[in-house]
Design a binder for this molecule. Structure first.
Ligand code: DP6
Length: 340
């Protein structure tokens, strides 16, 4: 997709990164620091038009989780390889975390054989089921900007974060963030932008049903859906309608409308996954039980909705006034107030 006419990449991620930062300097500080919030999509990103640059087929819209996210410190290092730390533990170079971090740093090395030390810390409780790769790459882009003194705009930082992980494009700002799909082959118009809206009463709850690693990662899963799911062609139209309805719900602070769009969009994404070949089903029996609990409670008048990502855990959406009732239904829920 987007690469027809040969396997060779039209534009590489390093070319895009260098175009943004070139001529802006070498390390001014001995260390750069950055932090970024985690985000949960209300209208989901599922499918790329360009895998090298993480360019999406559709736009998406998320809510940032305020203090929950990642902090990164980056500094030049002696070598002869990067030194990567996560939550104070040195990461093996052959491990997934260090490999992904080093591949991202490759986009920014002034010369081959230039090494970095990265100290990453997740302020998301590790078992909370909130993805940390989006906040991690966003915090890394900010830390590099701080180290080099580039003075990049939010939009440029969002483009750089996207090169690490698509959903990271939405982790540069708080509140509601829309990731514009864009149409430029180099992706310079594919970035996250905050909506001018506040919703202090909004709450998101994480219900962790299984902390084990997921069978199929998002990256592999969405590629498979684009290639094999015959309903995928319906997805862009559905997302366009959901994005319009969600933005309208946010502008009117209409909880029922926001919940309806969010829950429906997540279920539609999981239907795409199930119709992928071979099928991808993330739900466990506990996931389905949680969904039924939400539906039954709603039937009884509780304004409560859910969303799910590429995993079995469920995130709840409700307003502050209903928190006690939600905790009654899900005693283990971890509640976040995205607007502080
Ligand atoms: C289901 O952003 O993790 O959470 O771009 O390959 O790094 P890559 O994928 P990633 O996918 C997130 C998928 C999702 C939906 C969403 O966050 O919009």
């Amino acid at each position: 997709r987007g690469r027809e006419g040969g396997g060779e990449a039209v534009t590489t991620a390093r070319e895009v990164a260098q175009r943004i930062v070139s001529g802006r300097g070498l390390p001014e500080e001995t260390a750069g620091r950055g932090r970024a919030p985690a985000n949960i999509a209300l209208v989901k990103y599922w499918g790329k038009r360009d895998e090298e640059l993480n360019l999406p087929v559709t736009g998406s819209l998320s809510i940032s989780l305020g203090p929950l996210g990642s902090e990164v410190e980056v500094s030049p290092a002696e070598g002869p390889h990067d030194a990567i730390w996560l939550n104070s533990a040195p990461q093996p170079l052959t491990g997934v975390f260090a490999r992904r971090a080093s591949a991202y740093l490759d986009l920014f090395r002034p010369a081959p054989g230039y090494w970095y030390e990265v100290k990453a810390r997740n302020t998301v409780p590790t078992a909370a089921g909130f993805a940390s790769s989006a906040s991690g790459f966003a915090a890394m882009a900010r830390a590099l900007d701080d180290l080099y003194g580039w003075g990049l705009s939010i939009r440029e930082l969002s483009v750089l974060a996207r090169l690490g992980s698509g959903s990271a494009a939405r982790s540069l700002q708080d509140g509601f963030v829309e990731w514009h799909a864009g149409s430029a082959p180099d992706g310079m118009d594919s970035y996250g932008e905050r909506l001018p809206a506040e919703w202090p009463e909004l709450r998101m709850g994480a219900v962790v049903l299984c902390a084990a690693e997921k069978p199929v990662g998002s990256r592999e899963g969405m590629k498979r859906s684009v290639e094999t799911c015959e309903f995928y062609r319906e997805w862009p139209g559905r997302v366009a309608a959901d994005l319009a309805a969600l933005k309208d719900a946010i502008a009117r602070k209409d909880m029922a409308a926001l919940g309806t769009v969010t829950e429906g969009n997540a279920l539609a994404m999981h239907a795409l996954m199930a119709a992928t070949r071979p099928p991808i089903v993330y739900a466990l029996p506990e996931t389905v039980a949680a969904m039924r609990t939400v539906w039954a409670a709603r039937q009884e008048g509780l304004p409560l909705w859910f969303t799910m990502d590429a995993g079995p855990n469920v995130k709840l959406l409700f307003e502050a006034k209903d928190e006690a009732r939600v905790r009654g239904l899900f005693p283990e829920v971890q509640v976040v107030a995205p607007f502080g």
